[in-house]
Design a protein around this ligand. Structure first.
Ligand SMILES: CC(C)(COP(=O)(O)OP(=O)(O)OC[C@H]1O[C@@H](n2cnc3c(N)ncnc32)[C@H](O)[C@@H]1OP(=O)(O)O)[C@@H](O)C(=O)NCCC(=O)NCCS
Length: 188
């Protein structure tokens, strides 16, 4: 499946994407925000092969509108009619802070709320690391709300770190996007 945003396109992963993921995941500036670090080309190809077959997640590559591959987004439609989660990584640092991540997130939110009729979407992996202000700002800009704090959940770079769970409700996303919405699904 292909989802089109304003600045980005979410498309299925390809085996030919693997070398770029290997390069990005070897970069400490990138992988300090990720759950996967330093993978080999063979491991990455195997990861892509499994991700494409996994029925419980939808894995996308993020391309710019001109077809440059800049990252990935994993979407987990967890509880039907209730909640989904996602994880995102813009692996190409040249594209950080330029609105591409927010656009990719808004694209998956539009799909989650308009097409799949989810009620909320939350961050995968329990949330965002507290030392990731760019991501926190991007999520807040879109309308995500902090739900609390998972205290000292892991150890990184000499310190215990917190994880911040964040989510956005369909109504919050609608409000932010200025759309008038009439529900088509019957609420229980
Ligand atoms: C997090 C991520 C998806 C955000 O995408 P992006 O395209 O960089 O984000 P955007 O440009 O849409 O928004 C980033 C915002 O943070 C701001 N920002 C950038 N660096 C910042 C910093 N150090 N502190 C605070 N805000 C910062 C930007 O100015 C921008 O806000 P603005 O639009 O109000 O100016 C992307 O940076 C990324 O993939 N990073 C590496 C992996 C990662 O962190 N994944 C998320 C794990 S939870």
């Amino acid at each position: 499946m292909i989802l089109k945003g304003k600045k980005t396109i979410l498309r299925p992963l390809r085996m030919s994407d693997a070398p770029r993921f290997v390069k990005w995941l070897a970069d400490p500036e990138v992988n300090k925000f990720a759950n996967r670090h330093g993978v080999t080309l063979a491991e990455e190809k195997e990861w892509i092969r499994k991700a494409k077959k996994n029925k419980e997640e939808m894995s996308f590559a993020i391309d710019t509108k001109d077809g440059t591959h800049i990252g990935s987004l994993l979407f987990f439609p967890i509880e039907k009619d209730l909640g989904a989660s996602f994880g995102i990584s813009i692996g190409d640092k040249n594209y950080w802070g330029r609105g591409y991540g927010s656009d990719a997130i808004n694209t998956i939110l539009k799909y989650s709320f308009e097409k799949l009729k989810f009620h909320h979407v939350r961050l995968a992996g329990n949330g965002v690391f507290d030392y990731n202000p760019r991501a926190i700002r991007a999520y807040e800009k879109i309308g995500f709300v902090k739900e609390g704090l998972l205290r000292e959940r892991f150890f990184y770079d000499g310190k215990y770190r917190n994880i911040i769970p964040m989510s956005i409700l369909e109504s919050e996303w609608r409000k932010k996007n200025g759309k008038i919405y009439s529900k088509t699904k019957k609420l229980a």
